[in-house]
Design a protein around this ligand. Structure first.
Ligand code: COA
Length: 183
């Protein structure tokens, strides 16, 4: 099957989103008006030992981004470059919260340029109040019963509460759907 041509009006925003935070959502909201379509690509990242399954992460991202009509959430478990090529996106979006993000992001962007030269990486910065949020901090605060309402969508907060405070077992499943999981 022929791969679609690279479309500069279609952007992919990849990440592990474990879970999606208001910082991620802020970035997607900034990207959405710049493109015809933004595809939030949830990486399997099983080697990172994520706290939420890929199906849960996709479902939570869909709930958090439901207000943005030109945004779609999909999962992937291959190379990002392969995924971007397959969907025909011309742009990869990444967020820069602080100078400390730069080194890793520069490496990632350079490697992706090598793997898929037809796609450009575009960096956006989140609003100031989100510059210190990270998914692992949110998970830790949620796990210890702290207030995460300023950092995540209510659906994420509920999922965290169910996971860590109802019986305190990770077998308490929350979001329902697996979503379309790109293989
Ligand atoms: N607001 C809040 N937090 C943000 C943020 C923002 N705007 N942007 C990034 N973060 C945080 C994340 O929460 C995460 O925090 P954590 O480490 O505490 O969980 C951290 O910054 C980085 O996470 P994320 O943006 O999800 O990136 P990642 O490093 O997990 O994902 C992939 C990187 C998925 C894009 C990369 O691993 C990938 O492409 N994987 C596919 C396989 C592949 O192609 N590998 C080769 C790459 S060249």
């Amino acid at each position: 099957m022929n791969k679609p041509a690279c479309n500069p009006r279609l952007a992919v925003y990849p990440g592990t989103f474990d879970p999606i935070t208001n910082g991620h959502s802020d970035l997607v909201a900034r990207a959405a008006p710049l493109f015809d379509r933004v595809m939030v690509a949830v990486a399997d990242s099983s080697s990172k030992g994520p706290g939420f399954s890929i199906g849960e992460r996709i479902a939570l991202a869909r709930l958090a981004l439901a207000d943005l009509p030109n945004v779609e959430v999909r999962g992937f478990d291959c190379l990002l470059a392969e995924f971007v090529e397959e969907v025909g996106a011309g742009v990869i979006i990444r967020g820069l919260r602080a100078v400390s993000d730069f080194e890793y992001e520069f490496q990632l962007a350079s490697m992706n340029r090598h793997l898929i030269p037809q796609a450009e990486t575009l960096f956006l910065t989140p609003a100031e109040q989100y510059s210190f949020i990270s998914s692992s901090l949110v998970r830790e605060i949620g796990r210890l019963g702290g207030n995460i309402s300023d950092f995540v969508h209510p659906a994420v907060q509920q999922a965290m509460r169910q996971r860590w405070h109802k019986g305190r077992t990770s077998s308490n499943k929350q979001p329902e759907t697996e979503g379309d999981y790109h293989a």
